[in-house]
Design a binder for this molecule. Structure first.
Ligand SMILES: Cc1cc2nc3c(=O)[nH]c(=O)nc-3n(C[C@H](O)[C@H](O)[C@H](O)COP(=O)(O)OP(=O)(O)OC[C@H]3O[C@@H](n4cnc5c(N)ncnc54)[C@H](O)[C@@H]3O)c2cc1C
Length: 540
């Protein structure tokens, strides 16, 4: 038995009450038992960010809440986004000034107050090429207006010379480049932000379970009053009773609506967006947002020390579970990126990972790239609420919108149980909230006791993905030095994160650990050896 295997084993759960080990998540059997015994005020089906945020807000307002997902939390669309918290520059074109201002407000609240440890401001360069779809004067005015709608909180949008922009982005293509428009937005790791919001919901009292699929709905006198579930890990079947059921299944929303009413007409259409992750050939101090045509922008974003390229926008009619990146998507993304990114950064051998997700758009005719991306809450024949559409950026706003709908339901049964929204804190922070620079500094200066000596990249990674919870992870590594080892020599992650993911972050599968709790998969470092080691750790 290797030292790592020993560290993963039962002895990694001491009962000495040390801070790290006291709040292990309940086992799946305990969660199932709890879910099947209680009657919940609200059952949320779908643990993407819309469902997670609603569960968080509902639990905060005092409701008894259950949240279930057929796969992993944020395992579908919510970990397949462009990772941007943004005002939505392109909405300015359609005159949606109020929408941009609202998005900016949410973006800044998340980046500054709710989750400064999980998100960061990012400068964007919008290159204007000769013969491009928009002129420099128009884009200069556009970024100025965009920054004004954010109260100039991220600086004043302006034009920059190509030579200056090239200093920050050496891979910027400068042939035919007339000017660069500059603006500010924010960025995150969407999977980890979602996970921390699940944790916030659980800390507020919600019962949460992933890998638990709703296979049917329960009815009482024609009204939906719960759901039948199957645990995808061990096949156990169980049920959940609830006064109100919320369908937050994203691309599957109509599938669930048909469980309520087999005759329900389609309410949405889907558009696929694919992304590529590449190793970087040089440092990127800003992101590129390059107009492809009048409506579309392609992004080249520095993210997790890698480069994220995308995205496509194409109508999708297949099974949502089958969405995947095709060769044609890869060709399109690389070709569109080459408008502004030099060829040596776009070599195929630099690609480490690709992923695709589905935008949920209101049903109707016309190109998907022009369709409105708004949140819609509807009530079905049996009283089930369905929520779909909207942006990651406005996840708190969407949570509040669903809460308002719950409070206004006929009979107002839930309203009596709920603390009114206006009496709740305006910007409650996510768990681990802290200044990530301070956390990183402490992790490095405390090195040796009780925190092990960590590499600077590891300290930075822990601070930016866990906030102050990084100290729990580091202490775990301090108590078991084997867990301070790197999961892969080329990644900043240490094995303590994998154990932490299993015990505190609902990780059940190898992909839960490597794709969403850590960044090994996106870096292309989830080798067979790493996968096997994680498998053993999960089984121990
Ligand atoms: C390509 C792309 C890029 C994007 N980029 C951005 C961006 O940069 N910034 C931004 O603000 N927004 C962005 N968005 C939008 C944002 O990602 C989505 O609005 C958001 O993730 C939608 O979350 P959701 O909870 O509705 O759906 P999902 O995350 O798909 O969650 C639905 C969940 O329901 C579960 N489920 C389905 N059926 C069942 C069942 N029977 N039982 C139990 N559970 C079930 C699924 O497993 C899934 O986890 C992007 C979207 C796409 C597609």
């Amino acid at each position: 038995m290797s030292t790592l295997q020993r560290a993963f084993g039962p002895e990694a759960h001491p009962t000495d009450g040390s801070a790290v080990f006291t709040d292990l998540n309940p086992s799946r059997a305990e969660s199932r038992e709890q879910l099947s015994r209680a009657t919940y005020d609200l059952l949320v089906i779908g643990g993407g960010i819309l469902g997670i945020s609603t569960a968080w807000h509902a639990a905060q307002s005092g409701l008894r809440v259950a949240l279930v997902d057929a796969g992993d939390f944020a395992g579908a669309t919510s970990s397949a986004s462009s990772k941007l918290l943004h005002g939505g520059l392109r909405y300015l074109q359609t005159g949606s000034v109020k929408l941009v201002a609202e998005n900016h407000f949410e973006r800044r609240a998340v980046t500054r107050e709710v989750a400064p440890h999980l998100s960061n401001p990012l400068t964007f360069y919008l290159p204007v090429y000769k013969g491009g779809p928009h002129g420099a004067a128009k884009l200069g005015a556009g970024v100025f207006a965009y920054s004004a709608l954010s109260g100039f909180g991220d600086g004043v949008g302006h034009l920059l010379s190509p030579a200056k922009a090239r200093v920050d982005v050496p891979e910027l293509r400068t042939e035919g480049l007339k000017a660069v428009a500059v603006y500010g937005d924010s960025q995150m790791n969407d999977a980890r932000m979602a996970l921390m919001t699940v944790r916030a919901a659980a800390d507020s009292g919600a019962t949460v379970l992933n890998h638990a699929e709703v296979t049917g709905l329960r009815f009482s006198r024609g009204r939906v009053c719960g759901a039948e579930l199957r645990d995808r890990v061990d096949g156990t079947e169980f049920g959940v009773a609830a006064h109100v059921v919320l369908n937050a299944t994203g691309p599957w929303v109509d599938h669930l609506r048909r469980m309520e009413d087999p005759a329900a007409a389609p309410s949405i259409r889907l558009s696929k967006g694919a992304h590529l992750v590449l190793k970087r050939t040089s440092r990127w101090r800003a992101a590129l947002a390059t107009p492809i045509d009048k409506y579309r922008i392609t992004f080249a974003l520095p993210w997790e020390d890698m480069l994220l390229l995308g995205t496509t926008d194409e109508e999708y009619t297949g099974d949502p579970a089958d969405v995947a990146v095709t060769e044609a998507d890869v060709d399109q993304i690389l070709s569109e990126a080459s408008t502004s990114v030099r060829g040596r950064q776009l070599r195929r051998e630099l690609i480490t990972y690709s992923f695709a997700g589905l935008r949920v758009l209101p049903g109707g005719p016309g190109a998907t790239s022009k369709a409105k991306r708004e949140t819609v809450v509807t009530e079905g024949k049996g009283g089930m609420l369905s929520v779909a559409g909207g942006k990651w950026t406005t996840f708190r706003h969407i949570g509040r919108t669903v809460m308002a709908k719950l409070a206004a339901l006929p009979g107002r049964t839930l309203a009596r149980e709920m603390e009114p929204l206006e009496r709740l804190p305006k910007h409650p922070p996510l768990p681990g909230v802290a200044n990530p620079h301070a956390v990183q500094h402490r992790l490095l200066s405390d090195g040796g006791d009780p925190v092990p000596n960590l590499g600077e990249d590891t300290a930075r990674h822990l601070a930016r993905h866990y906030g102050s919870i990084a100290f729990d992870v580091a202490r775990l590594a301090g108590e078991r030095p084997e867990l301070a080892e790197r999961m892969h020599p080329d990644a900043p992650e240490i094995w303590a994160q994998a154990v932490y993911a299993r015990d505190h972050e609902w990780a059940e599968t190898v992909d839960d650990v490597l794709r969403r709790r850590t960044t090994l998969t996106i870096r292309g470092l989830d080798t067979p050896e790493v996968r096997e080691q994680v498998r053993r750790m999960l089984d121990s």
